[in-house]
Structures are given as C-alpha cells and as structure tokens.
Design a binder for this molecule. Structure first.
Ligand code: ADP
Ligand code: MG
Length: 589
C-alpha cells in the first residue's frame, strides 16, 4: 500500500484537483433530495408557490451544469493521472529489467514479462485513478447521506439504514480472499498464453519446416483452455461476490421502504402516542418520506459503486503485486565502491573457479575448480566437446553470471569489485548466436559504439568483410533487416556482429565460435580480419575448426571434467593426446 501511494507523490496536484472535483460532484448530488423536500412540501404546494418551485428547479439545473463540467474534469484529468502513474511504473519496471542478471532471463519467458509490462500495468492505471476517488466518494456519500437523514428527516431511519453496512462488510471481507486468489491465477494464465503466442510466432519457421502446426495448435489450445478455466473461476468468484452484494442492497431497499412507511404512518396519525420521548418527532410527513427515499438511494448507490470498483481494485492490486514481484528481484549487484578499470594491464586469472547454473544443493558443476591465466596481449584458445563449458567461461569474464566459488581476477582485482560499465566496456564478444535488433544494418553495427560516425561504421564493415554486400543492397546501410535479422543469411548476420565488435574496438576480445556460421572462403577472409583485430589485444577464442586456433599462444582443451590438456599447437601435437587426434582427423578431412 505504502509503495502504491508513493506513486501519487509526483502527481499530487493533479490528484488533489481530481479529488476536489469529485468531492464537489457528490455535493451537487445532494441538491436533489434537498430541493425535492422543498418542492414536495405540502404547505408550499397548497399555497401554490410556483415561483419558489421554479426558482429551486432553476437552481437545480444550474447545479447540474456545474456538475457536468466537473465530471468532464474528473473524466479527463483523472484518467490522465492514471496514465501518468502507469507510465512512471512502466519506466521503473523497464529500467529494472535492464538491470536484472542473465539468470533472470534464463528463467522467465519473454511473453510473461511482456504481459506484466503491458496488461498488468493497464489495470493499475485504472485503479490508480478510480480507486481512491471511488472509495473516498462512496464513503463520503454514505456518511453525508446519513447525517442529512438524521438532521433533516429522522435519525431512526438513518440508524436503520446503517445497520445493513456491517453485514455487507463482513461478506466482502470473507469473499475477498477467494476472489484475490482467483484473480492472481488468471493473471498468471494470461502471462502464460502470451508467452505461448510469443514463442510460437517466433518459432513459426521451425514449425512449418517440421510441419508441426497441429502440435503447436494443440499446445496453444491447452494454454487457451487453462486461461479460459482461470478466467471462469475468477468470474465465478466475482459473480458470487457481486450477486451477494446485490442481494444485500436489494434487501436494504425493502427494509428502507418498510421503515419509511411505518414512520409515515406514525406521522400521519397524530392520535398515536408511542409514549417514548427521543427528543425529536418520530413520525415523518410525505415530503420527508420522499427526501428519505431519495437519500436512501444515496447510501445504496455508493455501496453499489464500492462493489463495482471492487473488481478494479482486485485487478489492479494483483497486477501491482506482480509488478512489485519483479521490482523486488535483485538486480546485478555492483560493489559498494566499484573500481573503474582502464583496460587490462597484466592478466585475467581464474582462481579455483567453481560454477553451476542451478541453485540446487548437489548440482553437477559446470566448472570444477578451474585455474586459468590469460596474459595481456596473448591469444588463448578453448577447444573441446560441446557442452564442456567454454561459453560459460566466456560469460563469466564480463560477470554475466556470478561464480559459485573461487574468484576471477582482473589484474588482481576481483571482477566482483569492478564496475559493470568499465568491465564490460573493455570486453567485446562475438558469439555463435548473433542477436540483431529489428532495425537497419547501420543501427545494428552502431550498437558497438552508439555515437559512431558513418565513416567509423563503414570502416568497421569493411574490416568485417561485409561492406561490399551492404553497398550492393538497394538501400545500403539503411536496409531494414527484419525482425532479428531474418532477411539476412547466417554468415551475413555473423559478419554484422563482427563489424559491431570492430567498431567497439575492445581491449579484450572474446570470439565464441564467431566464424562457425561462415563458409570456408569467407572464414579465411574473416580470419585475417579477426587476426588483425586481435593483434595486441587479449583474445579468447573458442573454435571447433582447429585451423583457426593453431596460432594461439595457448590452447586449452576442456571437457566435462575440466582442463585436460594445455600448451601451444606444437606442444600439444607432440603430446599426441586429444588435441593431436582431433587435429589429425580434421587435417585428413
Ligand atoms: P560449450 O560452450 O562448451 O559448448 P556451455 O558453456 O554452453 O558449453 O555449456 C556448459 C553446460 O552448461 C552445458 O551442459 C549446458 O547444458 C549448461 N548450460 C549452459 N547455459 C546454461 C544456462 N543458461 N542455464 C543452465 N544451464 C546451462
Ligand atoms: Mg558454446
């Protein structure tokens, strides 16, 4: 609650305007029973005081016009308030997402995250606007109507009407819990179905290739059914709640009518002596009865309003709970006073590094006490079977994941003490799966250096051997490459990502199977570019084609058990171990 309220702070002026206007609107509503009481007065009507009646009606119309204007203000500015609060929350959520570690995105589905940013926040906007206003006005209206009733009509009737409220409250509190659970489930299923659609659309090409549409449809139908079921359950809870509340208000009406009739009876028959003295007239007259029935509706209607905003509150609050769930996720944590490194001076050193992805107690270690030193300016190659942990090593250096035990040192500074920005700025990664953003070729290369000039971008493209291809396109560097670069070939995508790295010009270069998507000739051409890029730089290269790692200063063979061989090409050939076997095999081929 406290957190929710804090979002109103920057917009408090708008909030105050909204509340004042809605307050005035509800005051205007009170004009009606008041005027009715005057107009219906037997004496006034008997005396034919039509000028008085007209005057009051004119007054009523004037009040209604003012009310209409106020209503517009509340409708427009109230929603603007909601939208602004929603925008603030969305901004906070998005910024927070940017700060979350890789592991969060390993565990959570894109569709679910999208659902939270879009759907959940939508409901919060509605709640932010209608919630306080609705609750405040309803409660105000109930209290004011009760007071009006007591003073102008009869306190007994006011008490009678108020008696029903505790019943309503108890009912609401009892049912609330069930409704909340049902709505939470509904939320989750919404996220689930969004994730399903996202994944299916992203994978539609694979689906078609494997003619698996039927299966995709089946899986979608399952999610759709689960979603439907969750919705049905939520609506069931809502139905019970609303109809229960409806029943209360209807009974309320009946009680009001009976009570009013009884007191009118007392009022009309002056010979009845109840022998009780409450300090006021127990009986009422016709005008009072009318005013009473009208003000009774001013107690019932706000109760109805409270009921109807209940769904909104429910929706908004579960949405908000999911929002805070992400906000409370721990972001990547920097040290208290992070060290800003200016490039590498001596070495990157792995000191007995243990690593696992899962949080389980007894996991299979991916890295099992790895010791490794990569000297400045040297090229270290990692080779070995797939799944051995080469990519994992590459991802630990920029601290995408935290080591489970041991440490990685950057010139004797633990990477955990280094600021993310300075650490990651010194490292450039070209990976096997290239991610390209939806946009133009130029934008995608420029990702390596956001303020790069056109000349720098072209130079990077030339060095990555893709300039000729780009200039051959009708729109050149401004060609739109489709979602995630679907309009490019694998090799072209790979070269774009290499151009990105050339542009970044990092001191430490990590090439994780960077050339694996290229044909032999292109690979050779790029290999030269990569060699010139890695000259003087600290380079970690992962490759399966051993011809590309032959010249490395040190070659490290890694499998599931850890490092099995290390040395330069000639040393390893001499040892006649795994590397030598692999090399001879590939050479023969
Ligand atoms: P390599 O690059 O040598 O082929 P990886 O470092 O990618 O191997 O993977 C090493 C092991 O870690 C594999 O068994 C793989 O299943 C597992 N792994 C890789 N990434 C993740 C991840 N994000 N979450 C959980 N396990 C992972
Ligand atoms: Mg890998």
């Amino acid at each position: 609650m406290k957190k929710f309220i804090s979002y109103y702070k920057p917009h408090w002026k708008l909030f105050v305007i909204d509340m004042i206007c809605s307050f005035l609107i509800s005051l205007c509503t009170f004009a009606y029973p008041f005027v009715t009481e005057v107009i219906m007065d037997k004496e006034n009507i008997k005396a034919g005081k039509f000028d008085l009646i007209l005057l009051f009606c004119g007054l009523l119309v004037l009040i209604y016009i003012i009310k209409a204007i106020l209503n517009y203000v509340v409708q427009y500015w109230g929603h603007i308030l909601g939208v602004r609060i929603q925008a603030d929350m969305r901004k906070e959520l998005f910024e927070h997402l940017q700060s979350l570690p890789f592991s969060y995105f390993d565990e959570n589905k894109t569709g679910t995250i999208m659902s939270r940013i879009i759907n959940d926040l939508m409901d919060i906007a509605e709640l932010a606007h209608h919630g306080p206003e609705g609750i405040f006005l309803s409660i105000f209206s109930i209290i004011a109507a009760t007071i009006y009733l007591s003073i102008r009509v009869n306190p007994l009737l006011a008490i009678l009407l108020c008696m029903i409220i505790p019943f309503v409250l108890v009912f609401a509190i009892v049912r609330r819990k069930k409704m909340k659970a049902a709505f939470k489930k509904m939320r989750e299923e919404t996220g689930e179905i969004n994730a399903r659609v996202e994944s299916s659309v992203a994978g539609i090409r694979v689906t078609k290739a494997y003619t698996a549409s039927k299966d995709e449809i089946r899986k979608f139908n399952e999610s759709n059914k689960a979603f439907q079921k969750a919705r049905a359950k939520a609506y069931h809870e809502m139905g019970v709640f609303n109809s229960g509340m409806g029943l209360f208000t209807d009974i309320f009406n009946a009680i009001a009518l009976v009570g009013g009739a009884l007191l009118l009876y007392v009022g009309l028959n002056e010979n009845i002596n109840l022998n009780i003295n409450l300090g006021f007239n127990i009986g009422i007259n016709e005008a009072q009865l009318t005013a009473y029935l009208l003000s009774a509706s001013m107690i019932i209607n706000p109760i109805r309003t409270l009921i109807s905003i209940f769904e909104q509150i429910q929706n908004g609050m579960t949405g908000f709970a999911r929002f805070t769930e992400i906000i409370n996720m721990k972001p990547e944590k920097e040290a208290e006073n992070p060290v800003h490194v200016e490039g590498l001076k001596e070495e990157i050193r792995f000191d007995k590094v243990y690593f696992k992805y899962s949080e389980e107690e007894n996991p299979d270690w991916i890295l099992n006490g790895l010791d490794l030193s990569i000297k400045k300016g040297k090229t270290v190659a990692l080779v070995g079977p797939s799944g051995g942990g080469k990519t994992t090593i590459c991802h630990l250096i920029p601290r995408f994941y935290e080591v489970s035990d041991g440490a990685i040192y950057f010139d004797n500074v633990d990477v955990r003490d280094i600021s993310f920005n300075s650490l990651r700025k010194t490292i450039g990664i070209v990976a096997q799966d290239v991610f390209l953003f939806t946009g133009t070729i130029k934008e995608n290369i420029a990702y390596g250096k956001l303020d790069a000039t056109d000349e720098e971008i072209i130079e990077a493209a030339i060095r990555a051997n893709i300039h000729d291809f780009i200039t051959g396109l009708p729109e050149g560097y401004n060609t739109f490459i489709g979602e995630r670069g679907v309009k490019l070939s694998g090799g072209q995508k790979q070269r774009l990502s290499i151009a990105r790295a050339f542009l970044k010009n990092p001191e430490i270069l990590i090439l994780d199977e960077a050339t694996s998507a290229l044909d032999n000739i292109t690979e050779m051409q790029i290999q030269q570019s990569l060699e010139s890029l890695s000259k003087g730089r600290t380079t970690i290269v992962v490759a399966h084609r051993l011809s590309t790692v032959k010249n490395a200063d040190e070659i490290i063979v890694i499998d599931k058990t850890g490092i099995v061989e290390r040395g330069n090409h000639f040393e390893l050939i001499k040892t006649n171990g795994i590397y030598a076997n692999l090399y001879q095999y590939q050479f023969k081929e």
